[in-house]
Design a protein around this ligand. Sequence first.
Ligand code: ADP
Ligand code: MG
Length: 139
Amino acid sequence: MELTLSIIKPDAVSRNLTGQINSLIEKNNIKIVAQKMIRLSIDDAKTFYGVHKERAFFEDLCSYMISGPIVVQVLKGKSVVSKYRDLMGATNPENAEENTIRKLYGLSVEENSVHGSDSKENSKVEIDFFFSKREIFNL
Ligand code: ADP
Ligand code: MG
């Protein structure tokens, strides 16, 4: 069993899609073992997306991520890091497979509705960034 960090991004939370996205997660046999709604500070957004700080879209991305509440989650399942990436679909919703979250709900390459950790190592760092041990059920 593996854990991964998921974020339902401001575009999706603001359009009332949290329940529909959670339903897709659960239908795919992935368990939500922690979840909370928060609003990121600009410093948190810049730290979280630090690997992208040289990219042209970095400032825009950080402004977007603090534009409204997000839902951060810890997901648990077999090979859930790659499984959730598959369920999310490609970064650009235009390139995402049918029935993926980004194909169904993404608005643009930036406002693409969800984040998921891209490796097991990063999932640990990202989960620790948002959650304390006592907030995660069944760790
Ligand atoms: P992913 O979220 O699929 O792992 P990246 O790690 O490459 O994608 O990028 C992080 C986030 O930055 C994306 O989910 C998206 O919100 C935003 N982003 C990525 N590429 C672009 C781009 N070319 N223009 C604007 N925003 C982008
Ligand atoms: Mg990424």
